[in-house]
Design a protein around this ligand. Structure first.
Ligand SMILES: [Zn+2]
Length: 120
């Protein structure tokens, strides 16, 4: 029997184990538990998911508008619609900003109106 004792790397945000360091480094940049990525709003008492209702937004695609379904998240403290910019294309982000949607702050960015009601 051969026992291997290879080094491994663990994501410090979610605990996932990787055999290759490059994969662990890559994963940490997109890990949804990373406080640079994870959005503060989901654990805030001012966050309202509006029953996961959606709204149609017109997105400019370079030569024409395209309708996109957007989840209508809201911040009750700021009175603004919110969007999660993670994995979102630039054109959709611009359309949402024009409709006065605000990008959700990350845990590390913080928010002065934040009031925690549940664990991250
Ligand atoms: Zn992770």
């Amino acid at each position: 029997m051969i026992e291997y004792n290879r080094p491994s790397w663990q994501c410090e945000h979610c605990g996932r184990i990787f055999k290759r360091k490059c994969n662990a480094v890559q994963h940490e940049t997109v890990c949804r538990h990373n406080p640079d990525i994870k959005k503060l709003c989901y654990s805030c008492k001012h966050y309202d998911n509006n029953g996961w209702n959606t709204e149609e937004i017109e997105v400019w695609r370079g030569n024409d508008y395209e309708a996109r379904e957007i989840q209508k998240n809201r911040c009750e403290a700021l009175g603004l619609n919110l969007y999660n910019p993670f994995h979102m294309g630039e054109d959709l982000r611009i359309a949402l900003e024009e409709e006065s949607y605000m990008a959700m702050p990350t845990i590390n960015e913080g928010c002065e109106r934040y009031e925690q009601y549940k664990k991250h």
